[in-house]
Each structure stands twice: as structure tokens, then as C-alpha cells.
Design a protein around this ligand. Structure first.
Ligand code: BGC
Length: 441
């Protein structure tokens, strides 16, 4: 069955930050520090999904989805990150999983979507190797409760973005500005993934995947310096996270990373523990030029000549086809089946006087990207699912509530949910898919 879903993440939608024994996460700390997020927005309330989850499941059921990717808040399950389990936290996900199954929607939980328990950050977060083993313990705890009903698990969401924004550039929690010294945070996340795959399987999980954010890299010119910089960016954004996972080795980074002194015997074998699918989040390609003086081996030259989202990100549907066929060419038989675990766009969606939200640019975005996905499949890439980002407008990290990605509009003052034009469009699209599937069989 091809999985058709929407995706969300705990800190972006749940709210209830202090309820039922939830511990503090690095995002609670970061968002409450002055100047970290736009207008000081926090996820304290977000979409109040923790209380309104029934309504949100009903919205998904109305869409006709057969899958839903959400994330589990680690500090809701283990307030200190390890040790005493908070049963009320697990109860929440238990109820959600049952409600999804009752609605014919397959739950696809992600175990880590950036909300590390603050208690673990206080011991170094992902810079500390111990966090990898603690993550696997947490994975086992959650699977112990849910593996009987959850067929597919995702360990990490976008370890690249967490390393780059959280540890290298200081734009996301935990807010470190370490540039290329952030690399141990990549390795320990990957190690945590490998250990978690093993722990999940031991706890009875059937299928396990990891989600990487990947981007086609375009050199700004054919000049040697730009080509070299583009290659460095491809290595640091894409290959650093896919090569060890799929090939059991790191790409050559010696030109800009002097030592991999965090790497120990056996780590790569653990990281390469076989997975059942690779999750891919695609938003846009990246154009790269020779480095400027900021200590990084590349510079972002910006993609021009395409329409842009409210974020200013270029809309390049064919980039998805290019990415998928590129992965197939690079990894060939080592590439497991692919799930598009996120794809979507932010728009300035303002309700009209009659309350409707005509987000036609989002409809065009989805149409274009779904066609590109189909094209990649026709060119031989084994894609097994597509999850639109996102079900709801939500807390967009450092941008707070300013970027709206939802198929459903959320009025954050009243928590009123209003399906946008794209929601209705996606529902009709899915109906047509079902009709074709039924005719095919
Ligand atoms: C993340 C989401 C985020 C989205 C849009 C992805 O990097 O997984 O949490 O909201 O992109 O920025």
C-alpha cells in the first residue's frame, strides 16, 4: 500500500508544555530566551494539539489519508531524558495511536524531531557520545508500549538540520555556534539512530526508517572554486548523513574536517544497521559558490529565477525528481525504498471575508511535486509514500507562527481550524488515487 499522509512534529503542534509531567526540552529553553525566535514566539501552546487531537484526527480522516507521521516528545515520555518513565506522557501517544488505527490511518511516529530533554543538553546534548545510548533506551521504552500497533518507525528527523542550525550556526536550539566543530553532533545522532534501530527491533518493531533532509546541490558556476565548494556542500549536507547509513563509511572530508576523533571502532557498522526505508524531506535545491571568509568551505549563492514561498524558498518541483534519481544513481542497490516524509511550502494564507482560504499557490506546489515524484518513480526510483508538510499551520521554529505550512489554517488566537483550498484539493486527489488503485487491482 502506498502511504499517503501528512506530517507534523510534537513541539510544533502539541503545546501543553507543562502538563502531565512533561519535562523541559531544549526548545522550551531556547524559545524563551530573548531574541531567539521571531517576536519571542514559543511552543507553549502551539496548536494545542495535546487537547485537540481528536479534532485533528477527524481532519485527517476527512482528508482520506492512510498514514500520519507525527513525532513523540522525548521529554513527555522521560522528563529527564532517562530514568523514570512518565506514564501519562506515553498514555497520550497510546490514545493517539488507537484513534488513528480506528480511523484507518497508519501511525508513523518519529522518535526525535529536535526537542531534546534539557537535562541531556545540560550534559552536552548530542556533543556527548552518551546521548546516543540514552536515545536507544528511550526508543526501547516507547516501542515497549506501542510496537504492537505501530508498523513503521522513524528514528531521527533531519540530523543535518539539527546539527547545522542547532550546533553549527546557532539558529535553532540548543543555539551553539560551532561551525565545522559541530560534527560530533552529526556522528552521535547517527550512532543513536543505529543503536535505536537495534533497540526497536529487539522490542518488536517491524519496520524502521530515518528521515534525512536532502537537497540537490547546484554549483554557482563551472569555475573550479565553485565546483569544489558545491562538492563540499553536497558532502556536508547529503553524503555525511546518507553514506554512513547506506554504505557504512563517511565521505572524504579531510580538506575541511581535520580529524574524526569522535569515531570509534564499530560505530560505522552500528550506524549501517539495515533499515527498511529511507525518509526524504525535500523543500528546495541549493546553489553554492566558493567560500567567503566565515570559516565554512562554501557559500550559499541563492537559487534565482523560480517562484518563491513566503519563506523566500525557491519552488523547484523538478528538484525532487533530480534528488530522487540522483540518490538512485549514487547508492543503487544500497538504496532502500524511499518515503517522502515531508514536502510543502509556507504561504501568507489570509482568510477571505467569507472565511475561505484560497491557497492556490500551495495547490500548484503539491501538484508539481507529486508529478515530479511520479516521474522519478517512472525513472526507476522505488517510492512508497508521500507525506505533505503539514497538516496544520504550526510553530515554525525560529520563525514562530509567521510561516504557515498547513493544509488546515489555524487561528492561533482561537485555535479554530479551517481547511484551506489545498486540503480540499488533496482530498479529491486522494479519492482519484483510490479509484485508480481499485481499477488497477
Ligand atoms: C522540518 C520541519 C519544518 C519544515 C519547514 C523541516 O526542516 O522537519 O519541522 O517545519 O522543514 O521548515
Amino acid at each position: 500500500m502506498f502511504l499517503w499522509g501528512t506530517a507534523t512534529a510534537a513541539y510544533q503542534i502539541e503545546g501543553a508544555a507543562r502538563e502531565d509531567g512533561r519535562g523541559v526540552s531544549i526548545w522550551d529553553t531556547f524559545a524563551h530566551e530573548p531574541g531567539r525566535t521571531r517576536d519571542g514566539h514559543t511552543g507553549d501552546v502551539a496548536c494545542d494539539h495535546y487537547h485537540r487531537w481528536r479534532e485533528d484526527v477527524a481532519l485527517m480522516s476527512g482528508l482520506g489519508l492512510n498514514a500520519y507521521r507525527f513525532s513523540i516528545a522525548w521529554p513527555r515520555v522521560l522528563a529527564q531524558g532517562r530514568g523514570e518513565v512518565n506514564a501519562r506522557g506515553l498514555d497520550f501517544y497510546d490514545r493517539l495511536v488507537d484513534a488513528l488505527l480506528a480511523a484507518g490511518i497508519q501511525p508513523v511516529p518519529t522518535l526525535f524531531h529536535w526537542d531534546l530533554p534539557q537535562a541531556l543538553e545540560d550534559r552536552g546534548g548530542w556533543l556527548n557520545r552518551d546521548t546516543a545510548a540514552v536515545f536507544a533506551e528511550y526508543a526501547a521504552t516507547v516501542a515497549g508500549r506501542l510496537a504492537d500497533r505501530v508498523p513503521l518507525w522513524i528514528t531521527l528527523n533531519e540530523p543535518f538540520v539539527h546539527m547545522a542550525y542547532g550546533y553549527a550556526m546557532g539558529l535553532h536550539a540548543p543555539g551553539h555556534l560551532l561551525l565545522t566543530d559541530a560534527l560530533p553532533a552529526a556522528h552521535h545522532q547517527l550512532l543513536g539512530h543505529g543503536l535505536a534501530v537495534q533497540a526497536l527491533r529487539a522490542a518488536g518493531a517491524r519496520q524502521v526508517a530515518l528521515t534525512n533532509n536532502c537537497t540537490p546541490v547546484w554549483p554557482a558556476s563551472q569555475e573550479e572554486a565553485d565546483l569544489r565548494a558545491a562538492e563540499a556542500y553536497d558532502v556536508l549536507h547529503n553524503r555525511l548523513f546518507n553514506d554512513p547509513l547506506l554504505l557504512g563509511k563517511y565521505p572524504d572530508m579531510s580538506a575541511y574536517i581535520p580529524t574524526l576523533d569522535f569515531l570509534r571502532d564499530g560505530d560505522l557498522a552500528t550506524i549501517a544497521t539495515p533499515i527498511d526505508a529511507l525518509g526524504i524531506n525535500y523543500y528546495n535545491p541549493t546553489r553554492i559558490a566558493a567560500p567567503t571568509a566565515d570559516g565554512l568551505p562554501f557559500a550559499d549563492a541563492g537559487v534565482t529565477g523560480f517562484p518563491t514561498t513566503a519563506f523566500g524558498w525557491p519552488v523547484v518541483p523538478d528538484g525532487l525528481r533530480e534528488l530522487l534519481t540522483g540518490l538512485k544513481a549514487r547508492y543503487d542497490t544500497a538504496l532502500p525504498p524511499i518515503l517522502i516524509t515531508e514536502n510543502g511550502c509556507s504561504q501568507d494564507d489570509v482568510p477571505a471575508d467569507d472565511g475561505t482560504i484560497e491557497d492556490t499557490a500551495r495547490v500548484a506546489f503539491l501538484e508539481g511535486h507529486l508529478a515530479a515524484m511520479r516521474q522519478a518513480m517512472a525513472e526507476g526510483v522505488d517510492v512508497r509514500g508521500y507525506f505533505a508538510w503539514s497538516l496544520l499551520d504550526n510553530f515554525e521554529w525560529a520563525e514562530g507562527y509567521h510561516q504557515r505550512f498547513g493544509l488546515v489554517h489555524v487561528d492561533f488566537a482561537t485555535q479554530r481550524r479551517t481547511p484551506k483550498r489545498s486540503y480540499h484539493w488533496f482530498r479529491e486527489f486522494l479519492k482519484a488515487q483510490n479509484r485508480t488503485q481499485n481499477t488497477d487491482t
